[in-house]
Design a protein around this ligand. Sequence first.
Ligand SMILES: [Mn+2]
Length: 391
Amino acid sequence: MINRGWPLLLFLHQATTWARDITFPPLAPHQLGIYGKSHSQQPYLSPVTPDPDLLLEFEKFSGLATFANLPWVHCLSHDDQVDKYDIAFLGAPFDTGTTGRPGSRFGPTGIRAGSRRIAAPFAWSPYTHDNNFLKWARIVDCGDAPLTFLDNTVALQQLGKAHKVVSGRTANATEVATVPRIITLGGDHTTTLAALRSTIDHWGPVSVIHFDSHIDTWDPKVLGGGFSHYAGVNHGTFLHIAHEEGLILNSSAHAGIRAPASNQKYDWRNDRRCGFEIITARDIDKIGVAGIISKLKTRVGNTNVYISVDIDVLDPAYAPATGTAEVGGWTTRELLSILDGLEGLNVIGADVVEVAPAYDNAGQTTVLAASEVAVSLMSLMVETPVKPVKT
Ligand SMILES: [Mn+2]
C-alpha cells in the first residue's frame, strides 16, 4: 500500500528547508563559512566545493563586499529568516540634509570598499594582542536601510524604523547582552537623529560623544529653518533637535571642533544649553591624546554613551572625501588612539558619517580611515557589554 502522505510531507519539509536557506544576494563562500553555527570555531571551508586540491576558502577580495568581510544578514526580513546577531552594521545612504558637498549617500558602499582588507581571521591587534571579531559577539552587516532620496522626512522615518527593527530583535549571546547594538555607516550627519530616536527605546537618554569639526547643535532658526521647518532638519541641526526631543543627556561632549559659528555668542550658548562641552581640535596640542581621553571619560562618567564620528573631524589631508571639510584637524592615528582609549565606556550605539567617496583620492584615504574608525567603535562595544534600561 502506498502511503500518499509521505511525498507531500517530504515536499513540505524540503520547501521549509529551502525557504530557510535562501540567501539573496548570493553570499561568497567565506561569508557563509566564517560564521557558521559556532562562528569562531568554524574552519574556513567552502560549502560549495570541498575539494582538497583546489580550495575555494576564505579570500578577502572575493564575493560581494560586506563591511570587514562580515556575514550579510537581511536584518529587515521576517524574524524566522534572520540569523541572530549582537552587533550590526547598518548603512544609511542619505545625503539630502547636507549643507556642503553632497555624496555621502554612497558612504556605506565606500566604507565597505575601504574595509576589504579587514577580516576576522586576520584581525589580531598589534596593540592589545586581542581579536574583537572573535569574542562573544556575533557581528554582522545588515546592508543598507532602504531610504527614499526624494523626501528627507520620509527617509528619516524609514531609517528610524529600520533602527527599531534591527535593535528590536533578541540578541544572539543573550547571556552577555540582550539587545543588539548598531553601528551606522553614513550617510550625512542627519542620520544620527534617526538612530537616537531609536536608542532611547532601549537605553533611555544617552550622552553623545560627538567627534566633528562642527558643533551640529545649530538652532534651526539659525541654520536652514529660516526657509521652512523641513529645511531646518539637517546635518547641522540634528543635535539641537535631539536635545529638544529629550534624547540626549547634558553630559555630552564635542571633540575636534574648529569650524566657526554664525554669530559671536548665541551658537555657543545654545550649544551648552543642548548639553555639550567643547574640546577643540587644538586642545590636543596642549593636553595630548591622553588628556582628550581623560576629559571625555570624565564628562560622560558611567552614563550610556552614543559615539558619533563625523569623518570631517580628521584633517582633509586624512579625510578629503567629506561634505564640509575643515582644515586643521586631527590625524587618523590620533583619532584611532582616542577612540581606543575610550575602552570601558557603555557604548550603546555609534556611527561614522559624512563619508562622500566621490571626493576621495586614488589611494582611498578617507574610506580606509572610516573603516578603521568603525572597527574601533565595534571594539568598544565588544569590550563592554551593556544592559538595556528598558526592554
Ligand atoms: Mn557633522
